[in-house]
Design a protein around this ligand. Structure first.
Ligand code: WT7
Length: 653
């Protein structure tokens, strides 16, 4: 990146923490200063103190950071603990009867599990796993609906040191087979089916299909009953969990594992090639998950915390299954779509369960915003005290809606930047202290050495100049490697700067107040007439127009300008008849010109009912780029949520 990325987005609104939030927050201004100073003065000592304070160890560690295999860093690696014991057993005395988990199904069925009950169910299922021949270090793939059963299964794996890999229940049989084979799992844990949008998702059928295509490593398929659909059970391989549970003991000692023992693998789909199994540790991972729940979400004893992410994503690991439970919190788990029976579902659930902390993705916020203010206004949202977002930059328009309509201008919004690879929040506000600016994830957390650098690795000191987002020191919850492929780990995350800085793959800028603004993936930067623009900023300008619900912008080669901007837009109302609506296109081009400048005026705008997204809600710009360029779509499309939309987009060419 010889020429820096130009920032064209101006956002000057600033929101100070409200007094009543600030006074009760765990982290106060002076504690925060102290945390930054301690981390700055002694990076390892800072994390070691926190690891002693927040984790229960079976064998205390004496070594803090081991960099002898860098960039495969290790933390606390002569200590031993168990993650499930840290999440469950250690609360039994103090809060055994406290609700650990509130489950709600799409049909409205609910279930509350106390810490004692959850602990018992986890122990029983861990015994089922043992009876299936699993022991510490073996792998299990979970292909589950988003139910309490998924949380129980994850905790049970952790309890006996089984390395778990959750595959999101929307993935295809082929994607599932690839992940089973890559991890060489002995056991698949699944359910008959799940429910989504009123339909049964036949999970067990997909497992059968995957195992027909491959996955010879699997000898047992443990199947929970959930949706009640029939499914084939193969003699000698497939076992109903409910049956197996009748023979097991309620006691199961947690197995101490090394701090570095892999807690889980989580596959992310790269743009090409086989999926990458991101490998996380036990102790370091859990430590950052705990402290970020306390720092960023201000999670406390009386909170009801609802993170809407599925356990198939890292967010569902760190902010549903492991982090909040290790803090003794209460989590809400919902199996179903946000729009069933209507777009008020989330808000009704906030009201019914008295949710106090709500964490979701910008894509969900935009979709619910598009549905109109009438839905949230029907419900009592006064239990909410903090809102969060993750997954992509939140455009200021959606941020303001979230703030105004959902938070009643009372709740801090924590925009959290992090990745599957980082394991936990890296850049995010401390809600009682940090003033927020719509669209900025604010400042790196204490102990997280995030920076924006140029091609040579020098810090960019001019405010608002874009560059590479890096993390300059190892942190406890960082990924350890790509499962079975150390070279790919090095090539992907440490390819520049002499392998000294972790390369996140995002471009970002830092403003005059030291606030970070994520500009998008490095691959998404477009060069228009020599100006390097982050497409996210143009998208944000488009969405700021009252008629626009969502937008994606990609670069296409242009004879004169080098590249020009091609936009894909979803309008709030219906898609314009007959494809491209000239009046609307004129309006939007002029609008972007006003908001950003003539340089960013899109050359083409296409309209669609939706955009191609991954199942976690990220827009797949790679596909849009191919469509805009009239190229064949190449590479993996198995992670696409709404494959039909591609035809609509192509038809408009
Ligand atoms: C990528 C990581 C982390 C859990 C969910 C996604 C983008 C994530 C933000 C944010 C701007 C964000 C980045 C990052 N991203 N959070 N608050 N602001 N961009 O995990 O699938 O590993 O994706 O998501 O581009 O690199 P993931």
């Amino acid at each position: 990146m010889k020429e820096n990325i130009e920032s064209v987005l101006q956002e000057n609104r600033r929101f100070e923490p409200k007094q009543n939030f600030a006074t009760q927050a765990r982290i106060q201004a002076d504690t925060l200063d102290d945390l930054y100073q301690r981390a700055e003065a002694d990076h390892e000592g800072f994390w070691a103190d926190l690891a002693r304070q927040h984790l229960s160890w079976d064998t205390p560690f004496s070594k803090v950071l081991d960099d002898s295999q860098a960039p495969h860093y290790q933390w606390f690696n002569d200590g031993e603990l168990n993650v499930s014991r840290n999440c469950l057993d250690r609360h039994l005395q103090e809060r055994g009867d406290k609700t650990a988990l509130i489950f709600e199904g799409e049909g409205g069925d609910t279930l509350h599990l106390s810490y004692r009950e959850l602990h018992r169910e986890v122990c029983r299922f861990a015994n089922v796993l043992k009876n299936a021949g699993l022991s510490s270090g073996d792998r299990a793939v979970l292909y589950m609906p988003m139910t309490h059963q998924a949380i129980i299964a994850m905790q049970a794996c952790a309890r006996i040191g089984v390395v778990q890999s959750v595959v999101f229940g929307g993935f295809s049989a082929e994607a599932l087979k690839d992940r089973i084979e890559d991890s060489q799992a002995k056991v698949v844990i699944t359910a008959d089916g799940g429910t989504r949008g009123g339909n049964i998702v036949r999970l067990k059928d997909t497992v059968d299909n995957a195992l027909q295509q491959g996955g010879a490593c699997v000898d047992t398929v443990l199947t929970f009953k959930r949706a009640g659909n029939d499914c084939a059970m193969q003699e000698g391989r497939d076992v109903w969990v409910e049956g197996a549970l009748t023979h097991v003991d309620e006691k199961c000692e947690a197995v101490p594992v090394n701090a570095e023992h892999p807690l889980f693998l989580l596959y992310t789909s790269g743009s090409t090639g086989r999926p990458k199994g991101i490998q996380h540790s036990s102790a370091g991972y859990l430590l950052n998950a705990i402290v970020t729940n306390q720092w960023v979400f201000d999670l406390k004893e009386d909170d009801i915390f609802w993170c809407t992410a599925d356990v198939g994503w890292i967010t569902g690991h760190s902010y549903v299954t492991f982090g909040p439970l290790a803090c003794g919190g209460t989590v809400v788990v919902y199996e179903g779509a946000p729009t069933v029976p209507d777009a008020g579902r989330f808000w009704k659930m906030v009201q019914d369960h008295r949710v106090s902390i709500f964490y979701t993705a910008p894509t969900a916020i935009r979709a619910l915003m598009k549905a109109g203010d009438d839905y949230p206004q029907q419900y009592d949202l006064s239990s909410l005290r903090l809102l969060g977002t993750v997954g992509e930059p939140i455009n200021p328009e959606a941020w303001m809606w979230y703030h105004r309509v959902i938070g009643a201008e009372q709740c801090p919004i924590v925009d959290t930047w992090w990745q599957t690879e980082t394991g936990s929040h890296m850049i995010a506000p401390m809600p009682g202290v940090t003033a927020t600016k719509p669209g900025s994830c604010t400042r790196p957390l204490p102990g997280i050495a995030a920076d924006v650098v140029d091609e040579e690795g020098n810090s960019i000191t001019t405010p608002n100049q874009g560059g590479y987002l890096v993390i300059k020191k190892p942190w406890p919850s960082m990924l350890r490697t790509v499962w079975g492929d150390d070279q790919r780990y090095k090539d992907t995350y440490w390819p520049m700067f002499d392998g000294k800085y972790y390369l996140a793959g995002d471009s970002a800028r830092i403003d005059e107040d030291g606030y970070f603004w994520i500009m998008g993936r490095i691959d998404d930067v477009v060069n228009v007439s020599g100006h390097r623009l982050g497409t996210m900023e143009v998208e944000s300008a488009l969405v700021a127009h009252e008629a626009v619900a969502e937008a994606a912008v990609v670069g296409v080669p242009h004879e004169v300008k080098g590249e020009s901007l091609a936009c894909f837009v979803v309008l709030k109302g219906d898609r314009p008849e007959g494809g491209i609506d000239d009046a609307m296109t004129q309006t939007l081009r002029a609008w972007v010109g006003e908001q950003i400048g003539a340089i960013a005026k899109p050359d083409s705008i296409r309209y669609a009912d939706n955009l191609p997204k991954t199942r976690s809600g990220k827009i797949m710009r790679r596909l849009l780029r191919a469509i805009a360029r009239g190229e064949e779509i190449q590479g993996d499309t198995s992670t696409l949520e709404n494959a039909g939309i591609l035809d609509q987009l192509k038809g408009e060419q």
